[in-house]
Design a protein around this ligand. Structure first.
Ligand code: C2E
Ligand code: MG
Ligand code: MG
Ligand code: MG
Length: 287
């Protein structure tokens, strides 16, 4: 309604882009309009097989470019969307766009991040089923990434929902593993397809000897439990060599590729296909 839009404008386009909390309320106020204006879209970051360095999956990451606020990071707007209830619409947009992308990305699994609030909405499983059916994509092509925080409120119910999703045929990954309130008991209660080792462990491989031990332990445990592992946030040669030596299954990070628009991703994939792997990665494969 006019009054709300008017108020929103006054704050959103106000001259004083000051402190962080002011920006946060501006973000919250701008969310709905931005959603209606179609300002949200996905970028896709490749995940490669650690042995062959061939692409096997992509992670869908939401992007928002606001004409006045500029680029707003997911770290800012996802939590704002969670606070104001927009996360459900945003999450469904992500699922639909990811499913549409999966149809264009032959054989690659497309991973989508799912907020705890989405997982806990009453009909989440049927929402997912509906979108996949409508788009016409096989559930096994979609992987849902949840963080350990889904277990915080009602772990029993969260696990029940994860099982229902699994029954649908989608894959389920545990994101940022090792940083949350994880209990190893969850790994016994739910067979995640994938554990994504948090980038804080990966990125401290150079400096902290215990990071090596932690990653090594996670990989061995995951293997024993039949779960795949992804090393997140691989930026440098040392990290890449280390996670490959520890037999992580997949690698994701700026070293392989930054998140890309769907168009750029396709070009990148074509390059990989034609064997035009960048010199730097090629030399790591054949040192
Ligand atoms: P995430 O799911 O752990 O995604 C990985 C984040 O790490 C992404 O940040 C990605 O751009 C970044 N990243 C990838 N490789 C590297 C690297 O080598 N170095 C560094 N420093 N960073 C790297 P992004 O896109 O800013 O997203 C941040 C978080 O926002 C995501 O973390 C996820 O929790 C959330 N998010 C993003 N899109 C969505 C979405 O559609 N729905 C929900 N619920 N959450 C989302
Ligand atoms: Mg993720
Ligand atoms: Mg992550
Ligand atoms: Mg994260």
């Amino acid at each position: 309604d006019a009054k709300r839009v008017g108020r929103g404008r006054a704050v959103v386009y106000g001259p004083a882009l000051g402190d962080a909390s002011r920006r946060l309320s501006q973000i919250e106020l701008a969310l709905r309009g931005a959603f209606k204006a179609g300002q949200f879209h996905l970028h896709f970051q490749p995940k490669v097989d650690a042995k062959t360095m061939r692409p096997v999956a992509v992670e869908a990451l939401m992007r928002w470019n606001h004409p006045k606020l500029g680029t707003v990071a997911p770290g800012e707007f996802i939590s704002a969307a969670e606070r104001c209830g927009m996360i459900h619409e945003l999450g469904q947009l992500a699922l639909r766009e990811a499913a549409l992308a999966a149809k264009q990305l032959d054989g690659l699994v497309v991973a989508v991040n799912v907020s705890p609030l989405q997982l806990m909405e009453s009909d989440f499983t049927s929402i997912v089923a509906g979108i996949l059916k409508e788009v016409g994509v096989e559930p096994a092509r979609i992987e849902l990434e949840v963080t350990e925080s889904v277990m915080l409120d009602d772990a029993r119910e969260a696990l029940r929902r994860l099982h229902a999703l699994r029954e649908l045929g989608v894959r389920v990954a545990l994101d940022d593993f090792g940083t949350g309130y994880s209990s190893l008991a969850y790994l016994r209660s739910f067979p995640f397809d994938t554990l994504k080792i948090d980038r804080s462990f990966v990125q401290s491989l150079g400096e902290q000897a215990n990071s090596h031990a932690i990653i090594d332990t996670i990989v061995q445990m995951a293997r024993a439990l039949g779960m795949r592992t992804v090393a997140e946030g691989v930026e440098g040669d040392i990290e890449l060599a280390a996670v490959r030596a520890m037999h992580c299954d997949e690698v994701q990070g700026y070293l392989v590729s930054r998140p890309l628009s769907l168009g750029s991703l396709k070009s990148w994939l074509d390059g990989q296909h034609e064997g035009l792997i960048t010199d730097s990665i090629d030399s790591r494969l054949h040192p």
